[in-house]
Design a protein around this ligand. Structure first.
Ligand SMILES: [Zn+2]
Length: 947
């Protein structure tokens, strides 16, 4: 069991690891392919890092300012406490001074005698000392500059103080004291301070000195002051003020010992947080060392001699003219402790955020890529195809507003809406609620997801004239059948077509009808032998025309040329040529060409001579479909076998066989037997299929009978599916399936096709009267640089599709005079998905869908032929519709829009037909199969010329 568990664990780790490494690889790949993904993360990193660093720096500065302000505030409190000691000294000195002055003033009293005054001062002074003994260590009264009163009395050797201070006695300090006192006298200060200094008794502090002046009216001698012989020499003593004379001085020794030993309570508030130094510029103590520029009174608690330059300095005067300084510095500096760690760590935070941004960008990029490949936006698939400006002369420019407007009007089917909704959800967008409701309704009703939406008819009516809109909607929309006039009594089979009798006699007959000379149409144009697998033509001119009809990119072929040269047997001749000469179908399938020829003859006979739906139309459709397949579909493996090739050829040649000349609505409304047999479901197309196979399965025609049952079934189902797709009522449905299908085709093939959808138009020249002057040169693997070189209008096609069979084939243009020809270069879209092709169908259903679309395009392609050919075809169609209109009138039915020969005909509705039907269909097809671009171009040109 443990072994088993370990095994599972090991597997898990391995899987997880490979997943991670795969992700990293995908990441790197994504960044390699789109280096611009790195821009945002790098910008984020730079901006964040700068912002963070600047922010932290600013924050630290604010913090430092606040700390400095706090320090200043605290320092002010401390310094005012310090200053108050000097105020005490000043107050004591003032008290002594006032007493001395008052005693000398008249009226004279006993107090004027120094000895009496001295006793009085001793009492007052002792009281003051007792009050302020914490701050002061000594008071001295010095009459006539002789220390004569010391309070408290003589706690030390009084002789040190009791000298005449005016006398230099050899002690440096005394000399200096004299000079300083004299200097002080000359400046006439009231109070001065000396120090800091060491007292002559144990202690340390500052001497605060007050000089005492008396009016000169007072007789100093009468005051009985101690005699000082040097007093007479003290000129400064009397020169300070002419009206005053110097009595002497008083001194208070301020005790600052507590500052030096760090026990001063006012400074203790600074101790926990700050380093500080209280100092004076070079002062009295500098007597001991003259080089000292300043004297540090106190440096607490680290006892440093100086602080960093960032320390703040507060200056304050303790007495006028005596300035002290306090340097203060937060322990560890003003910068906050968090500044450095943040400055170091924030770039990593920026880097982390940048990585998150990069992760999001890469994820988003991959998401969008996946989204585009899974559900390409409708614009990329259905949107306009971009071309160079060479075609701008065309009024129907792909980028024109009218195209965009038309795209809007071509409302999406439920399938399109669902795909769009998924796309929106995957992009994280909120879908429009109405859209969701519509989809929900469609699902609830189980309606056809590919059905044309209801607003289609309204959109048609909005932009087309009423009859044209009516015509186009009746043609394509199931619900738009013209109503039968009320009161009309219909009986089944009453309304039959004019060919009814002939059809009954011929359709199910097994004998092929021959020409008057006994030869079948085919036998008249081909050699008698060898027949088994290859035919040879009697006429070289016919060979030339057939080669031209079957070459690639022969989109402008005029079927009239072949009709004329084959004596109106273009259909069987072309089909037989395709099967036995142009392709290897006959050889591959070991086709019995006798049977096949007979079948062709029979089918040709079954076509009715209507103005439009006749055998020449079938030949025209066959030629166009063959051209589309050879140009576009072969390389994408959409037609991947001889069987499917034969299927599309047979489908094209039989797709309108025995057409009644009426549309399905008429057959339904007139209760034609065909509508009855097929229950109104595409009665005409059902009939074409039915007739095709009832004919084929007769012994004299059945070229399939030697095949396997599976092949027979596949052939039959393909032909039926192709023919049934030509019912225009299925138009929007099939087109929607196609667009949905190619949207979901997904992956690189479609993505590449979207990014480089189509050809580059190199040059356009007007080839007026270019009869016989058009050449098509198909050069496999030719480089894009090889353009048309001669002056004649040339179509240069560069395509890997072209086989060697179709080298430089000159082609006579019978498309009429004055027709515009041009030279274009068609470059197939890059083809990562399929070798040689840009689009790769995912299954057989998609292959069939592409063929159905190709057949639908071929069926309406007469409007994409050169204008004279297109006009001839439109005239035929109009006449056939008028004939139906005549019949409708004769039967009393409501005349179908544009079918009334007394009114506007269908030739006037071509722009509406192109806008709503042909252009969207062909544009989507060309978008996926760019080699078919010439069809679209011709259509655009005709659109601009058909009014
Ligand atoms: Zn047709």
């Amino acid at each position: 069991m443990p072994i088993y568990r370990n095994f599972i664990g090991g597997m898990h780790i391995k899987t997880k690891y490979s997943h991670v490494s795969l992700s990293a690889k995908v990441w790197l790949q994504e960044i390699k392919e789109r280096p611009t993904l790195l821009i945002s993360p790098i910008l984020v990193f730079i901006i964040l890092t700068i912002s963070f660093e600047v922010g932290v720096h600013q924050g630290a500065q604010v913090y430092a300012s606040a700390a400095q302000a706090q320090a200043s505030s605290l320092a002010s409190t401390v310094t005012s406490a310090f200053s108050s000691r000097f105020k005490i000294a000043t107050a004591i000195l003032n008290a002594l001074s006032v007493t001395i002055k008052a005693s000398s003033e008249p009226p004279s009293s006993a107090m004027s005698n120094w000895n009496v005054l001295k006793e009085h001062l001793a009492i007052v002074g002792s009281d003051l000392y007792n009050i302020y003994s914490g701050s002061i260590s000594l008071m001295q009264v010095v009459p006539n500059f002789i220390v004569d009163l010391i309070l408290p009395s003589k706690p030390f050797d009084a002789t040190l103080l009791g000298v005449n201070i005016l006398t230099p006695i050899g002690n440096g300090s005394r000399t200096q004291l004299l000079s300083r006192t004299s200097a002080a006298l000359s400046n006439y200060p009231d109070i001065t301070a000396e120090g800091p200094l060491t007292f002559f008794y144990p202690g340390w502090g500052v001497n605060v000195i007050q000089l005492i002046y008396l009016n000169k009216t007072v007789n100093l001698t009468s005051l009985n002051l101690p005699y000082n012989p040097l007093r007479a020499n003290c000129s400064a003593c009397d020169e300070a003020d002419p009206s005053q004379q110097l009595w002497g001085l008083c001194v208070v020794n301020l005790d600052l010992e507590s500052l030096r030993n760090g026990t001063d309570p006012s400074f203790q508030a600074l101790n926990p947080l700050y380093n500080y130094i209280l100092w004076q510029p070079g002062s009295f103590s500098s007597l001991l060392n003259n080089s000292i520029p300043r004297v540090n009174i106190v440096a607490v608690p680290d006892n440093e001699s100086s602080l960093p330059s960032s320390a703040i300095t507060i200056s304050f005067d303790v007495i006028p003219g005596n300035t002290w300084y306090l340097d203060i510095q937060l322990k560890g500096g003003w910068a906050p402790s968090w500044e450095l760690p943040l400055l170091i760590s924030l770039p990593f935070a920026s880097l982390f955020i940048s990585f998150i941004v990069l992760f999001l960008k890469v994820s988003q990029s991959r998401h969008i890529r996946l989204l585009r490949s899974l559900v390409p936006s409708s614009d990329s698939i259905l949107g306009s195809i971009t071309h160079s400006g060479s075609l701008s002369a065309n009024s129907y420019s792909e980028n024109s507003k009218s195209v965009k407007r038309m795209d809007k009007l071509l409302a999406r089917t439920p399938a399109d809406r669902i795909l769009n909704l998924i796309g929106q959800l995957m992009k994280g967008e909120t879908p429009v609620i109405e859209e969701v409701m519509d989809i929900r309704r469609a699902i609830e009703d189980r309606s056809d997801l590919y059905a044309a939406p209801k607003e289609m008819q309204a959109n048609m009516e909005r932009v087309l004239s009423a009859d044209v809109a009516n015509y186009v909607s009746v043609l394509t929309l199931s619900g738009a059948r013209p109503e039968i006039k009320s009161g009309y009594d219909l009986k089944v089979g009453v309304l039959c077509d004019p060919f009814d009798d002939r059809r009954r006699s011929s359709a199910f007959s097994s004998s092929s009808s021959n020409n008057q000379d006994g030869l079948s149409p085919l036998q008249s144009v081909i050699e008698d032998s060898p027949r088994p697998s290859f035919i040879s033509l009697k006429s070289p001119e016919l060979t030339k025309v057939l080669e031209e009809a079957c070459m690639s990119f022969s989109f402008s072929f005029d079927i009239g040329t072949l009709r004329d040269i084959t004596n109106d047997h273009a259909l069987p001749v072309l089909a037989l040529y395709m099967v036995s000469v142009d392709t290897d179908i006959a050889k591959d399938l070991k086709l019995n060409l006798n049977l096949f020829s007979s079948f062709l003859d029979k089918i040709e006979q079954l076509y009715n001579p209507h103005p439009y739906h006749n055998k020449t139309h079938a030949a025209d459709v066959l030629q166009m479909l063959h051209t589309i397949v050879k140009s576009s579909l072969l390389k994408c493996n959409i037609v991947d076998s001889s069987l499917s090739q034969l299927a599309y050829i047979v489908a094209a040649l039989t797709h309108d066989v025995d057409h009644y000349g009426y549309n399905n609505d008429f057959l339904v409304n007139s209760r034609n037997p065909l509508a009855m047999i097929h229950n109104d479901h595409s009665p005409m197309e059902s009939h074409h299929c039915s007739l095709t196979f009832t004919t084929l399965y007769q012994d004299s025609y059945d070229f399939t009978k030697t095949w396997s049952v599976a092949d027979q079934k596949l052939f039959r189902s393909t032909v039926i599916n192709l023919i049934m797709a030509t019912d225009m009522k299925q138009h929007f449905n099939i087109q929607s399936k196609f667009t949905s299908s190619i949207r979901l085709a997904g992956s690189a093939g479609i993505a590449a096709a979207n990014s480089l959808p189509i050809t580059e138009v190199v040059d356009i020249r007007q080839g007026k009267g270019a009869r016989g002057g058009v050449q098509a040169r198909a050069s496999p693997r030719e480089s894009p640089e090889s353009k048309a070189v001669d002056d004649s209008p040339v179509i240069v096609v560069t395509s890997s599709v072209v086989s060697s069979k179709q080298q430089v084939v000159p082609r006579a243009s019978r498309s009429g005079t004055g027709y515009v020809t041009k030279s274009i270069k068609v470059t197939p879209a890059p083809t990562p998905a399929a070798p040689g092709g840009s689009y790769s169908p995912k299954d057989d259903g998609e292959k069939l869908l592409c063929l159905q679309i190709a057949l639908k395009i071929a069926d309406i392609s007469s409007i994409c032929r050169p204008l004279p050919v297109a006009l001839r075809s439109i005239q035929g169609l109009e006449e056939e519709f008028f004939l139906q209109g005549d019949k409708e009138k004769a039967l009393g039915l409501q005349v179908t829009p544009l079918f009334d020969r007394e009114k506007t005909g269908v030739s006037k509705a071509q722009q509406g037909f192109i806008d709503f039907i042909a252009m969207p269909l062909i544009r989507n097809f060309v978008h996926i199969f760019p080699e078919s671009y010439p069809i679209l171009e011709e259509l655009k040109r005709n659109h601009s010329q058909l009014h």
